[in-house]
Design a protein around this ligand. Sequence first.
Ligand SMILES: *[C@@H]1O[C@H](CO)[C@@H](O)[C@H](O)[C@H]1NC(C)=O
Ligand SMILES: *[C@@H]1O[C@H](CO)[C@@H](O)[C@H](O)[C@H]1NC(C)=O
Length: 481
Amino acid sequence: MGERSKSKSIIFLIISILTFLSWFLIFSSTNPNRVLDYISVSESTDAPPLIIIKNSDTSPQNVAESPNPQNRGVTKTEEPINENRGCNHNKVSPLPLKVYMYDMSPEFHFGLLGWKPERNDVVWPDIRINVPQYPGGLNLQHSVEYWLTLDLLFSELPEDSRNSRAAIRVKNSSEADVVFVPFFSSLSYNRFSKVNQHQKQSQNRELQENLVKFVTSQKEWKISGGKDHVIMAHHPNSMSTARHKLYPAMFVVADFGRYSPRVANVEKDIVAPYKHLVPSYDNDTSGFDNRPISLYFQGAIHRKDGGFVRQELYYLLKEEKNVHFSFGSIQNHGVTKAGEGMRSSKFCLNIAGDTPSSNRLFDAIASHCIPVIISDDIELPYEDVLNYNEFCLFVRSSDALKKGFLMGLVRSIGREEWSKMWRRLKEVERYFDLRFPAKDGDGDDGVQMIWKAVARKVNLVKMKVHRFQRFTRPFHGNILK
Ligand SMILES: *[C@@H]1O[C@H](CO)[C@@H](O)[C@H](O)[C@H]1NC(C)=O
Ligand SMILES: *[C@@H]1O[C@H](CO)[C@@H](O)[C@H](O)[C@H]1NC(C)=O
């Protein structure tokens, strides 16, 4: 009796388990994804698009689970669909970047260099014959406007035989990714800010007013609300009035110190390097032992805003051995001296002045002197693709002012670690070189890196343009009351 009921209950248990399992199997096979999997398995790789598209809903886990290699073949064809939704910005970003440039009057660009067109209908110099010179000296720091414009002009010439170009000029604005506004705003600020007796306002002001009038009346601006426009404002004081009217555009800036976050910010805009004033250090074999100065700083003493740190640091460091800390701006032959000083130093201080950024950082990079950056609000060029920690040291201002902190940090970096950073500096220095023409096969220079940084913003720009266009469809009906 007991034996029989035992075996009965065992049989019952087995039956219930089997019933449960069969329900489970039926349930899972009615899962739509599974059904589609099954259909795609039975199809060849040229399965009808409908199925492929539906099957793209299959989660990656399901695809991986599928034991049939043919199924993987089918899912492969759906990769482009997934890619559009994915986040591989490099693949989605258009390269070369297609740039439409306004044919603006020379008074906004090469006219400021003293260039005069031969005929009234000529806007651009023929750079195969004559490349107008940008003024030298300190003006050059903010000359990115000049190098970008030259690169665009060059990109449409048959002489441009480069295999890889980051940007090309297109003549049809509907085919462009961005619209470039060729106003040499930094030069306009540096050279034409003075008001003489015959003028009501400076030429710089007047140019900015004319620029705003011109740009905002263009059809390209009206279509996009300006969101896809690229405007150069590298000198912190440039575009001081126009920036408040043109801020929907992407600005090319040195830093954000003198902007309100609404007008310019790191999400929307592009940080471009200063052009270094000291010469490049070719064939640098100096190394750790041939750079006797541990820490180098040369700069102006009296500065506003964040610049108080300089004064404090001077008192902290003036007694230290192997430290060069002196005040004096780098005019004319001061540049040569500063260059020599940096080449003889292991570390070079970059302390916030009246703006978070300064040319000194790029001079240090060109001299292969490891930058020590004390500037809490600094923003750096292409930091999304370049890790500055590999070749710079960052120190908070509050830490830098602690007695012994800075020298302790610098001395803690021995020959090996220093040499690694120094080698990295020599690799990355070309990304900060602004020059014309770009050399092919030499890797990206500063100009190409800036275009690529613009290209990485194109998806964001497109989104903003589409959103802007939501309510711009013309209305033809009557409003009923
Ligand atoms: C400009 O490009 C658009 C889009 O490709 C095209 O429809 C239009 O015809 C082009 N305009 C000219 C003048 O070529
Ligand atoms: C650096 O080395 C290269 C190749 O040896 C040489 O052609 C070039 O002139 C050198 N540059 C300087 C500034 O010494």
